[in-house]
Ligand binder design. Structure first.
Ligand code: HEM
Ligand code: HEM
Length: 226
């Protein structure tokens, strides 16, 4: 889907893909510092129910969002000559992201059940749940169209632009889910001027930059010849 014509951006995807890798590391480190140092830590089962909740941002921001972004960038990062490797990497990373997304939903429902909290009463929870459902749907469609049994070549060519378009739209809904989740926890914890508030806000800013760098990586060509 890369644009490479007279109106090209005169830039290859490499710088934005590289920036995205730095952002992946930064967001992962910040989320870990937040849940492990500033919060209670993480656990699947615990008397301290917040440990269960804390798995939610970890699975969602790191497992779901960052891995999905990396999956999208495989066509620009993995060797150009090996289409099978690119496709396989794309498919596998998206599958890992989807599993993390499902686990992330599972833990927040488990937390709400065990603390007698209410379900699905926020905008965040609605678009969050929708993003995982749409992501799963896109994965299944992508799998059957491009991997196995594979649509015939003409149909694949017609499907590809729609796959890319909806892939980006769904990725952006995932970004929005993470951002609204961060705003929500900020409000629930009544954070004001503190180190923790700065960390949560910086996660939000870096997630936004990550979305921009993934978007740029998709739009730009692998290589650009002057
Ligand atoms: C793609 C990312 C995310 C998705 C798909 C998602 C999805 C969801 C869903 C479906 C619920 C409702 C659970 C229920 O009704 O029992 C929920 C709740 C919640 N999430 Fe997320 N979430 C995401 C990211 C985040 C992040 C990064 C945070 C930051 C801490 C967060 C904070 C919360 C909070 C505080 C709740 C409880 C209040 C509520 O139900 O809205 N979420 N999330
Ligand atoms: C939720 C899952 C998925 C999302 C969000 C997604 C998203 C995307 C995006 C944004 C691109 C554009 C990449 C670029 O041009 O740089 C892309 C390309 C592609 N994806 Fe997926 N994808 C998903 C699952 C799959 C699966 C399971 C397959 C099966 C192999 C697949 C096959 C492809 C192919 C073949 C292309 C290249 C299309 C072309 O020729 O332009 N995708 N995908």
């Amino acid at each position: 889907m890369a644009i490479k014509n007279s109106s090209s951006f005169n830039l290859s995807a490499a710088p934005s893909a590289f920036l995205a890798q730095l952002l992946i590391i930064s967001v992962t480190v910040l989320v870990l510092i937040w849940v492990l140092h500033f919060r209670e830590g993480i656990a699947f089962n615990s008397q301290n129910k917040f440990k269960i909740f804390n798995l939610h941002p970890l699975f969602m921001a790191v497992g779901f969002l960052l891995i999905a972004g990396e999956a999208i960038m495989t066509y620009k990062i993995l060797p150009a000559g090996n289409r099978k490797l690119q496709k396989g990497g794309h498919l596998l990373l998206h599958l890992i992201a989807l599993i993390c997304g499902i686990l992330g939903i599972y833990v927040v429902f488990k937390f709400n059940n065990e603390t007698s909290g209410k379900h699905l009463y926020t905008f965040h929870s609605w678009i969050g749940l929708s993003s995982v459902a749409l992501f799963g749907f896109q994965w299944i469609l992508g799998f059957f169209s491009f991997w196995w049994p594979r649509a015939e070549m003409g149909a694949r060519a017609r499907l590809a632009p729609w796959h890319v378009f909806f892939g980006i739209v769904i990725f952006l809904i995932v970004v929005l889910s993470v951002e609204t989740g961060l705003v929500e926890i900020f409000t629930i914890l009544v954070l004001t001027r503190s180190q923790e508030a700065l960390i949560v806000n910086f996660i939000g800013v870096l997630v936004l930059l990550f979305a921009v760098s993934v978007g740029l990586t998709v739009i730009l060509p692998r290589s650009y010849n002057y």
